[in-house]
Design a protein around this ligand. Structure first.
Ligand code: NAD
Length: 506
């Protein structure tokens, strides 16, 4: 496919999704497809004044939306889910075009959006509070959950659409308004999502204007949202570097954050592991999405008794995996997002070699010429956990280290800054349960006989330590999008004070 035909495919697809050609031309932000490096659009970024006005409008919309009953708010998200179902193929293709994901992963991301909409619709009737036993006679104590305000969503390039929907679907049923700043690397998918949402809003009929909007901007646009006092919650997904900046700035004004930051995820392969299962899970976890998932498997600790077998099988997988243009082939590994990602990968591999690592793969593969960055995933045997293993390099590099003692493996797995996802392969119940226990994995996600990546939306998603501590998606993650009020009601005729305190005035 030539450059011009990729651009025309973009225009055609975006048109089908509801974004006009005019919105893709003449703007100040160039959009390049990582599949071949070609410029496929020029979109307009918003100024600080425009962003502030959008936030003010969202705040006005919030004042109306918070009074709409939860199940009615759920209806909007149900309509969004329907629109997403209708647009799944096209939006999935734009994800492949703009973020370079292979087709099944592009479509999978849209499916995740549909799933969270379904979840949120049910949730819209389940925003429960507790009733609590009170120490005073003729009193009732309870919790009420109220809408919070404007939710500012900042998202990363690697899940350009799903992360928005995790936040927006929950925020909207919880009675909030939303303003979204997508990654500057993936504005087209965001424009498409807005067009899809606008159709749902039109069908819904009477939602307040400015309820859920987005803007295109670089980091400075995100900062405007971070600092704005009318943004009650900033839900920011991206690198730990970004979180270190965003967290304190929002805290400074006592705003709330959900931080979903980097991962440096590990797996442990024990002597009893089902090797076929482990190899498949690790291959997907480490090479899938070209290593550009926050939950990508980056470190592997293999028991010495299984090490040679595991490394031999992984080498075969690494040397055999298909690498190619996700728009034209059924290859399993697509491109890195850009040159910076490639430079970071090369740097990490050099550093690993300097630390005694032996690299299999990791070389550049010419798929579509110099302007795109396709790499064979790298398997790096490391004599011990050292050097680049302590960092998240957002590229397909898997470090493998041998262990002999289970507790040492656990310690190595926990000895990094990030705490997002982890897994163990074992048929030994003692090892499995210890891994899941208070002295086991310190991550927000700990799996047994399942890899580190590919979470379902029903569970709470997020991690500890430098991953930021936030939770999104399922379980009770919705509570972060609401404010809690404790209500005590006295239906008696006396006024007993708590803790038996007396304060009698005549
Ligand atoms: P990034 O940190 O470079 O950018 C993420 C977003 O933050 C972008 O929209 C960017 O414009 C914005 N941003 C950056 N600095 C900002 C600031 N100071 N104020 C306001 N906004 C700011 O990340 P990326 O390269 O797009 O994505 C890759 C990273 O995201 C990896 O570290 C990955 O692990 C992480 N990630 C985490 C999760 C998770 O759920 N934990 C999910 C996806 C990606």
């Amino acid at each position: 496919m030539s450059a011009s035909s990729l651009k025309s495919e973009t225009i055609e697809l975006m048109g089908k999704l509801g974004v006009s050609q005019a919105a893709l031309e003449g703007g100040d932000l160039a959009v390049h497809s990582p599949t071949n490096g070609e410029k496929i659009a020029e979109v307009k970024t918003s100024s600080a004044a425009e962003i502030k006005a959008q936030i003010e409008k969202a705040h006005e919309a919030f004042k109306v939306w918070r009074t709409v009953p939860g199940p009615r708010r759920g209806e909007l998200v149900r309509l969004l889910g329907e629109e997403l179902r209708a647009s799944k193929e096209d939006l999935g293709r734009v994800v492949s075009l703009e973020a370079g994901k292979i087709p099944s992963e592009g479509l999978g991301e849209v499916q995740e959006m549909i799933d969270i909409c379904d979840f949120a619709v049910g949730l819209s009737r389940q925003l429960y509070g507790l009733t609590i036993a009170t120490e005073r006679a003729d009193h009732r104590m309870m919790e009420t959950w109220h809408p919070l305000g404007v939710v500012g969503i900042i998202s990363a390039f690697n899940f350009p659409v799903a992360v928005w929907s995790w936040n927006a679907a929950l925020a909207l049923v919880c009675g909030n308004s939303t303003v979204w700043k997508p990654s500057e690397k993936t504005p087209l998918t965001a424009l498409a999502c807005q067009a899809i949402l606008d159709r749902a809003l039109a069908k819904f009929g009477d939602a307040p204007e400015g309820l859920a909007t987005m803007f295109v901007a670089e980091r400075d646009g995100g900062e405007v949202m971070v600092d704005h006092e009318k943004v009650a919650l900033v839900s920011a997904t991206g690198s730990t570097r970004m979180g270190r900046q965003v967290g304190p700035r929002v805290a400074q004004r006592f705003g709330r954050t959900i931080l979903e930051l980097g991962g440096n995820n590990a797996g442990i392969v024990c002597p009893s592991a089902d090797m076929d299962m482990a190899v498949r899970a690790i291959a997907f976890g480490a090479m899938g999405t070209a290593g550009q998932r926050c939950t990508t498997t980056r470190r592997l600790f293999v028991h010495e008794s299984m090490y040679d077998d595991m490394v031999a099988r992984l080498k075969k997988a690494y040397l055999g995996v298909t690498i190619g243009d996700p728009l034209k082939s059924d290859a399993l590994v697509g491109p890195l997002i850009d040159k910076d990602a490639a430079d970071n990968m090369n740097k990490a591999l050099e550093s690993a070699k300097a630390s005694g690592g032996t690299v299999t793969g990791g070389e550049r593969v010419d798929v579509n010429g110099d302007a795109s960055y396709y790499y064979r995933p790298a398997l790096v045997e490391m004599p011990e956990q050292t050097g680049p293993m302590f960092e998240e390099t957002f590229a397909p590099i898997l470090y493998v280290t041998k262990y002999s003692d289970f507790d040492d493996a656990l310690e190595m797995q926990n000895a990094v800054g990030a705490g997002l996802s982890s897994c163990i392969f074992t048929l030994n119940v003692r090892e499995a349960e210890k891994f899941l226990s208070a002295v086991g994995s310190d991550c927000g996600i700990a799996n047994v006989n399942i890899g580190t990546s590919g979470a379902e939306i029903g569970g709470a998603f997020g991690g500890e330590k430098e991953t930021g501590g936030g939770r999104e998606s399922g379980s009770d993650a919705w509570k972060a999008y609401m404010r809690r009020a404790t209500n005590t009601v006295n239906y008696g005729t006396a006024l007993p004070l708590a803790q038996g305190v007396s304060f009698d005035i005549e």
